[in-house]
Design a protein around this ligand. Structure first.
Ligand SMILES: [Cu+2]
Length: 171
């Protein structure tokens, strides 16, 4: 509970810092739109911080619980089921895993965890990605999944169907 409160507070600080500062680091954003049959929407902001990227996300319309959350290799949300976004963004050819523990795809992110109403907020640092360049995420996709990410099953984390999709565009 204490961790959840801290995470929410830091997300709020980050969001207000992003909105209120014109001189901050380069940033990019993805608007999450629901796939067919889904009600999930949200906004995901990425800001270059040092060698990595800080992600701040808010989403709603989810089933209560944890949901796999990844950067996918294609910024293409045209398929009704979101499959047009391809697999996880993985320029280094690594196995799927948790972004803060051992080998992982560049596009692996911590899960979105909701409150009892299905609203989620996340703020996390993502090692190994940048906004642009060889490890750049601008132009890639963001996917919210129906199920939790087990951070083990290859190459998907067994996260299930795609509930929302967005394309990362530079601010
Ligand atoms: Cu995914």
């Amino acid at each position: 509970m204490r961790l959840a409160i801290l995470a929410t507070a830091s997300a709020a600080v980050l969001l207000s810092a992003c909105a209120g500062t014109t001189g901050g680091g380069p940033s990019a954003e993805a608007k999450l739109a629901p796939t067919r049959g889904s009600n999930t929407t949200g906004t995901v902001t990425f800001m270059q911080v040092g060698d990595g990227v800080r992600v701040s996300a808010s989403a709603s319309g989810l089933t209560p619980g944890a949901h796999g959350f990844h950067i996918h290799e294609k910024g293409d949300c045209s398929a009704p089921d979101g499959m047009s976004a391809g697999g996880h963004f993985n320029p280094g050819g690594h196995p799927h895993g948790h972004p803060h523990m051992g080998p992982h795809h560049a596009g692996d992110m911590p899960m979105l965890e909701t409150d009892s109403y299905g609203n989620a907020r996340l703020s996390a640092d993502l090692p190994g990605v940048t906004l642009e360049g060889a490890t750049g995420i601008v132009g890639k996709g963001v996917i919210v999944h129906a199920a939790p990410d087990d951070f083990k099953t290859q190459p998907t984390g067994n996260s299930g169907a795609r509930m929302a999709c967005g394309v990362i565009v530079k601010h």
